[in-house]
Design a protein around this ligand. Structure first.
Ligand SMILES: [Zn+2]
Length: 456
């Protein structure tokens, strides 16, 4: 059995790596230690020797959980320290790894990476899926307030506009009439003002009667009211003070031209307008949305609803979302609404999160993965998910012991988070453990175990 150890057989190591990677497209979500161990074991079994014989023998658990001092002094049948014996060190959970197999720094050369167990603030999360949609509170269908014919279109689809920018203009006979009414009111107000001032002067000089003065005053007040009403009508239609002042100067041809402005800053998402088209209030001329924030509609399964506290009241529930288009990017937001009804077909409830999209990367219609923080963050000792292995239900990590020696240490794992596992007992913060490729060490142990079994 000269080739039973990995270091003597690089091809089988590669096979183990390939099987693990091939079987797990989404490492963080599905590459659990069990699967990795299974993959490694599958590779280990590839030689076709047998499938049995790798269970624990009597009393083996004890040797695997011996203290490091005990391991250091234990001796095997070959008249040497067990951990130094290539045939027996597996019995005490020790694996020898040549330094050349360790990945250094950020380099990907090598098979095994070590890192420190560390304390970290973690949050219990619920994973869900969702769909990015426009924020209806920041989306408007731009439509004219009065019927008219589109005269010009100032912006194209995709354009970013500021609140108040002119999007298009229409020519409207109704506007012409309203403007004429406004101008008549202005003229009448000016005229009645003059009349009133003259009557007042005459009355002061005791030339005119008080009755005439009062009547002219009432007439003036009436025309002033009419003017204010006409002006307000024009403002409602969309003309600003500035527009009215500009019209005073030019008069003439553009009397019926009404600019339609952006009611908010955002991006033109749809444009249905063409010059010459007749549009009226309610016509969907443009769709304008502020994309700085978007909504994500999240599907929450019935059994997970309790984790959301039944609704969005109380503490805001932070989420971060990821989309396929931008791997590694996280977009943050928080749930602000949980629907009151359940979709009977899918047995899910929709939760809505307001998500920041300041860079404009997210697009309405994208599907996304959502991590919902269902708990306050807590500072706990964690190791990467890939560091934790299981053997017959017992969890363990490989800790760097000394020189080229790594030793299997039983741990008590707590909760699992996105990509880390809480360690309740077994190792201390700052200890160096195998964080990548730990399954290779496990398979090495298994191989030695099986090899030993064969040899007997
Ligand atoms: Zn030995």
């Amino acid at each position: 059995m000269k080739t039973r150890r990995h270091r003597n057989n690089p091809l089988s190591i590669l096979a183990a790596v390939a099987i693990c990677l091939g079987g797990n497209n989404v490492i963080a979500d599905s590459c659990c230690p069990d699967e990795r161990a299974a993959a490694a074991q599958a590779a280990a079994n590839k030689g076709g020797d047998e499938h049995a014989g790798h269970g624990h023998g009597e009393g083996e658990e004890d040797t695997l959980s011996m203290s490091l001092d005990e391991i250091a002094t234990a001796r095997c049948e070959h008249e040497t320290e067990t951990y130094l014996c290539a045939e027996c060190r597996y019995e005490v959970g020790v694996v020898k790894v040549a330094a050349s197999l360790l990945k250094q720094g950020k380099s990907e050369d090598g098979l095994i990476r070590t890192g420190e167990a560390r304390r970290q603030a973690v949050t219990a999360t619920l994973q869900a899926t969702g769909e990015v949609r426009l924020n209806d509170n920041a989306t408007v269908h731009v439509t004219p307030r009065i019927p008219g014919v589109i005269e010009s279109v100032a912006v194209d689809i995709g354009a970013r506009v500021a609140k108040g920018d002119v999007l298009f203009t229409i020519n409207s006979t109704e506007l012409g009439k309203t403007l004429a009414e406004y101008q008549r009111s202005r003229a009448l107000a000016a005229l009645s003002k003059n009349t009133y001032e003259r009557e007042k002067q005459l009355f002061d000089q005791k030339v005119a009667s008080e009755q005439d003065m009062i009547e002219s005053q009432m007439s003036y007040e009436q025309h002033k009211t009419d003017l204010v009403a006409a002006e307000q009508t024009l403002h409602v239609l969309g003309l600003t003070e500035h527009d009215l002042a500009a019209r005073e100067k030019s008069h003439g041809p553009d009397i019926g031209t009404l600019p339609v402005r952006a009611p908010l800053s955002g991006t033109i998402l749809e444009r249905h307008a063409v010059v010459g088209e007749l549009v009226e209030p309610g016509s969907d001329v443009m769709l304008l949305a502020d994309m700085e924030t978007l909504w994500v509609w999240i599907d929450i399964y019935e059994q997970d609803l309790g984790l959301l506290g039944g609704g969005a009241k109380g503490r805001p529930m932070p989420v971060d979302i990821t989309v396929e288009a931008f791997p590694g990017r996280r977009f943050s937001g928080s749930i602000d609404h949980v629907a009151a009804v359940m979709d009977e077909r899918t047995r899910t409830v929709k939760a809505r999160a307001l998500v920041q999209n300041t860079e404009g990367l997210l697009r309405s219609g994208m599907f996304c993965r959502v991590n919902i923080a269902t708990d306050e963050a807590k500072d706990v000792l964690v190791v990467p998910l890939s560091a934790v292995l299981t053997d017959e239900g017992a969890e363990f990590v490989f800790k760097h012991w000394k020189d080229d020696y790594f030793v299997r240490r039983p741990i008590t794992a707590g909760r699992s988070f996105q990509d880390v596992v809480e360690v309740v007992a077994g190792i201390q913060a700052g200890e160096s453990i195998v964080t990548e490729g730990a399954f290779l060490l496990k398979s090495d142990v298994l191989r030695e175990k099986m090899g030993a079994g064969c040899a007997d």
